[in-house]
Design a protein around this ligand. Structure first.
Ligand code: EPS
Length: 391
């Protein structure tokens, strides 16, 4: 079954991604991955880093003549910014006796803990007196690697006519949090096309007000969070996941995967947290007889999941992202070593990373669903999986 591992620091030489367990015979080109990486790099409100990087993978294993061969897929990706960090992020020891070299390493040491970041627990856990080693791996740079792995999962799901998309529905309190009704497939298509055309990845009606909110935050030196909606549509089979055990319920698996994305502090399925205040009739979805006599639904408040299983409706999820903890207008902090009070450490960061966050959430959803599709259909090759799905 598909699983993945990533390695690499934010300002180190690069990222490495291994995706294991993909079936043989899946058509796969670097452009399938790079297209997703480019979507993640877009986003009004990002800092200067995205103008330095151009994220593109090199396959170094698992793919031959444009198809997977069943062996682990290995990808590497270069951090272009590493050229500015060669001494402080050197893999081999550097000459700290040289005052110039020492100054460069010391300039990148961090001891003024950022509230809300991994700095404090990470430094205590790993016994460090410089938070740099925590920042480097806790940085959302790692999400590049997840999107690369997720692109392979998406490519597998596409073979079964399952598609995943996301859009930003709110930033910093501007925008709608929940969609009241289930849009038609045509409406989804129109919405998603318009979203890919703008750098906030939001419906055009929200764009100007959201953009103004981000500009205001950048001027004020603070950061913004927001809400993204993730939608899975197409031929979703009934019964991915199961009601029989807590760790087989697909809402739990999906929520856990999305919650693991940097800055995500809450996840909703269907009406999400609104279910606590709505009445029963507003949360469940009535059955009806469809046009061709089939079993159909009048709504999709459940977000396509009932009893820990997909019910064949589109899967609708919301992820709630907090404002990034690295802020020019820094909060009060203490120095890790002296415990003196200071303003928290600030270095180049983003005012708002919500549009990119949506693309990362898509990747995590894709990785979970690809595993579930493999459980459902089994098979070591794509042809075998397709045969099982047709049967
Ligand atoms: C990040 C800080 C910024 C972001 C980075 C995540 O990087 P830098 O410190 O180099 O300016 O740009 O995101 C990425 C590099 C990326 O690829 O998304 C952080 O502290 O989490």
């Amino acid at each position: 079954m598909l699983r993945f591992l990533t390695a690499g620091e934010s300002h180190g030489p690069g990222l490495t991604i291994i995706v294991e367990g993909t079936p043989a015979g899946l058509p796969l080109l670097p452009t399938d991955v790079n297209r997703e990486l480019a979507r993640r790099q877009v986003g009004f409100g990002r800092g200067g880093r995205m103008t330095i990087e151009k994220d593109e993978v090199t396959f170094t294993g698992g793919v031959r003549l444009g198809e997977t061969i069943g062996s682990p897929i290995a990808m590497t990706l270069v951090n272009r910014d590493f050229q500015h960090w060669q001494i402080p992020m050197s893999v081999t020891p550097v000459d700290l006796g040289d005052p110039e070299v020492r100054a460069q390493v010391e300039a990148k040491a961090i001891t003024r803990l950022r509230p809300g970041h991994a700095d404090y627990p990470g430094a205590i856990k790993y016994g460090l007196d410089d938070v740099r080693n925590i920042l480097e791996r806790s940085s959302a740079r790692e999400t590049t690697a997840r999107v690369a792995a997720g692109a392979i999962a998406k490519q597998l799901l596409r073979q079964f006519n399952i598609h995943i998309h996301s859009h930003v529905v709110a930033i910093g309190g501007v925008g709608e949090n929940l969609r009241p009704d289930l849009p038609t497939p045509e409406e989804w298509k129109e919405l998603f096309t318009s979203i890919e055309d703008n750098d906030l990845r939001t419906a055009p009606a929200n764009y100007d007000a959201m953009r103004a909110r981000v500009v205001e935050a950048a001027k004020g030196g603070y950061t913004l969070g927001g809400t993204v909606e993730i939608v899975v549509y197409g031929a979703i089979p009934v019964g991915l996941g199961s009601h029989v055990h807590w760790d087989r319920r697909i809402d739990g698996l999906l929520a856990g995967a999305v919650m693991s994305v940097h800055t995500v502090k809450g996840v909703g399925v269907g009406v999400g947290s609104d279910c606590a205040r709505l009445i029963g009739a507003e949360v469940q979805d009535e059955f009806t007889q469809g046009e061709h006599g089939e079993i159909a639904r009048t709504s999709n408040h459940a977000g396509g999941i009932e009893g820990g299983m997909t019910n064949g409706q589109p899967i609708l999820m919301h992820a709630y992202l907090k404002p990034l903890p690295t802020m020019r207008n820094a909060l009060q902090s203490v120095d890790l070593l002296t415990h003196e009070t200071f303003a928290a450490h600030y270095e180049r960061s983003d005012t708002c990373a919500v549009p990119a966050g949506g693309v990362v959430c898509e990747a995590m959803v894709a990785l979970v669903l690809a595993q579930e599709i493999q459980k459902k259909y089994g098979g070591d090759s794509l042809a075998e999986m397709l045969r099982h799905s047709r049967a």
